[in-house]
Ligand binder design. Structure first.
Ligand code: F6P
Length: 341
């Protein structure tokens, strides 16, 4: 068979591990793999490269994606959908493995509904994709954020300051919450629970009254005050209508200084969380996802996505673009809350 593979949406650690697993497994069974460059943009514009054992050699620990990525949505224009279908036939593809989050996989779902043979692999550092217990990339991002919180502790303690750390998580507080628990943060703000800034200040002051004269506050970029929306940057929306977030930590820090009179500093981790080598766990699930995706192709299970359930790899339907996202499990938030104040 001739199998296409593409990576779409925000990059994340583990993409190369998936590509490697797909190519190695496909070639062992005599199947060929064509890499489609830059997500759906590559299918639209006809940018491809054959992938061989040789081209994926040594990429397992490398961050990013050797194929490149984009946030292109071909379904914004009918002629673009047709161009993609034309290229699919022109390259003789018999299946396509799409590696991505809700947007990339939502496009795969739409192509599948039009008769193209699609299989999906769930990726996003945000871990907010329904249908799987975990996306790859998340574990690495959590480790980066936890290490940052560890490092901020010593400087916060030395200067008796509040440190506000902003982590990624556009709609979901998974990275923020897991890193807050693992790093021992003193307060946590997530998109799923709009916050009251006076409550944040009261908690930090009560901690100070207990003799702890420094605090770490972890904020997901999508966190929002109870009265108001998330903080967005002055930038155009992407093809899927997403606004660019960033800066909520500055708002929170200013309010803490003003209302509680505590000296505060801000660290925004941003894309550092998406770069670099994947953790062993992300390499493992990324590899297992890639191997199972080739099985799905060979079984012609179109419209399916590989997923983690417990420690087993299973397959579930590809998500649609309007499917509910996977919000943070609030039990985890309540666990983090025990350490506030
Ligand atoms: O969806 C993953 C993610 O990392 C979000 O957490 C973040 O809001 C967004 O991507 C940033 O996207 P970009 O790389 O386009 O700035």
């Amino acid at each position: 068979m001739k199998i296409g593979v593409l990576t779409g949406g925000g990059d994340c650690p583990g993409l190369n591990a998936v590509i490697r697993a797909v190519v190695k497994k496909a070639s062992k069974g005599g199947d060929g793999v064509i890499g489609i460059k830059n997500g759906w943009k590559g299918l639209l514009e006809g940018q491809v490269e054959p992938l061989t054992d040789f081209s994926v050699s040594g990429i397992l620990p490398r961050g990013g994606t050797i194929l490149g990525t984009s946030r292109t949505n071909p379904f914004k224009a009918v002629e673009n959908v047709e161009k993609c279908e034309h290229h699919f036939k022109r390259y003789g593809l018999e299946a396509l493995i799409a590696i991505g989050g809700e947007d990339t996989l939502g496009v795969a779902r739409q192509f599948c509904d039009r008769g193209l043979p699609m299989v999906g692999i769930p990726k996003t550092i945000d871990n907010d994709l329904a249908g799987t217990d975990q996306t790859f990339g998340f574990d690495t991002a959590v480790n980066v954020a936890t290490e940052a919180i560890d490092r901020l502790h010593s400087t916060a303690e030395s200067h008796h300051r509040v440190m506000v750390v902003e982590v990624m998580g556009r709609h979901a507080g998974w990275i923020a919450t897991v890193a807050a628990i693992a790093g021992g943060a003193d307060y946590l703000l997530v998109p799923e629970k709009p916050f009251d800034i006076d409550g944040v200040c009261a908690s930090l002051l009560s901690r100070k009254a207990r003799g702890k004269d420094f605090s770490i506050v972890v904020v997901a970029e999508g966190a929002k005050p109870a009265k108001g929306g998330p903080v967005t940057l002055d930038a155009p929306k992407d093809d899927f209508g997403h606004e660019r977030l960033g800066g909520i930590a500055d708002f929170v820090a200013k309010e803490i200084e003003k209302r509680a009179g505590l000296e505060t500093r801000v660290t925004i981790l941003g894309h550092v969380q998406r770069g670099g080598t994947p953790t062993a766990f992300d390499r493992l699930i990324a590899t297992r996802y890639g191997l199972r995706a080739v099985d799905l192709v060979r079984q012609k299970k179109w419209g399916r996505m590989v997923a983690l359930q417990g420690f087993r790899i299973v397959d579930v339907p590809l998500p649609s673009l309007d499917q509910q996202k996977r919000d943070l499990d609030m039990e985890l938030y309540r666990d983090a809350e025990i350490f506030f104040g």
